[in-house]
Design a protein around this ligand. Sequence first.
Ligand code: SF4
Ligand code: SF4
Ligand code: SF4
Length: 289
Amino acid sequence: MNWDAEAEKIIEEIPLPPIMGRFARMDAERRALQRGLDTVSPAIAKAVEKGYEHVFGKEATEIVRRMCLGEDVELPDEFFEDDDDELFKIEICPAKFGACTDGKRRMIQDIVAPVRALLKKLGTTDIILRRALTPLMSHHVLRVAVIGCPNCCMSPYFADIGIICAFRPGLREGCVQCGLCVKTCAEEALCLEDGVPLIDHERCIDCGACVEVCPKDAICIEQKGYKVVAGGTGSRHPRIASTVTPFTDLGGVLRIVEKIVLAYRDYPQGNKEISFHGMVERAGTQNLA
Ligand code: SF4
Ligand code: SF4
Ligand code: SF4
């Protein structure tokens, strides 16, 4: 694929979170390929820029743009705190770098510091040190993934503990039957019945996308909370985390995290090392909620 010099410059300046930066270039080549072109033109580069602005929204795009210019964008310090002295690690989805809405970042911010403080208070590092039977390696580290919405951009289902922000929708008056919410819901959890929107809560994954598009605020976030999953790993024997609870509040998350750490501490150990995910697999999640 050939590149016009101006197109290269436009692509380089597109504000994207660090882990996504390389995709802009590939997306430009995708667009050129699909149009049967052998050169990426400035028009294609501009389309890439618009496309990402549409996906991330103006607010997030502006934050990342300011970050790229080295400006202080006042993202919470706790997002960037490292846990190098501990044997636990809290990983945050790209909302950490400004992606997505302020509301999602606030939900993450609400949970990160209390979870970190709890893991310290429980002596998680000490518990792991006492139980490890082999030289310490990265697989000994308790991985906690905090994710801003059910899009799950950072695989919380492969973490020991996954905490996923959830936005439970509810209906209000004022619907003008425009159908935007129905069109937006990728889970087919919404329909208009006799002109009235209906939510199928069995299908709904609490992503909040319908709320964001409703022009009349006829669908609102009724409750904010967190889904908690546990026991995931992408290691030698991959395992997708099991759901501990589909919806709870901050206090509920902390209770679950505490139960997981203490269950690990007290799990009977023979002469074989047991991991967090191994413990969850054997003991199940029924006593963790
Ligand atoms: S998981 Fe949700 S909040 Fe986090 S970066 Fe992805 S879309 Fe944004
Ligand atoms: S919250 Fe998400 S999954 Fe639930 S109805 Fe709205 S768009 Fe569909
Ligand atoms: S987007 Fe809002 S106004 Fe439009 S159909 Fe859905 S609830 Fe009604």
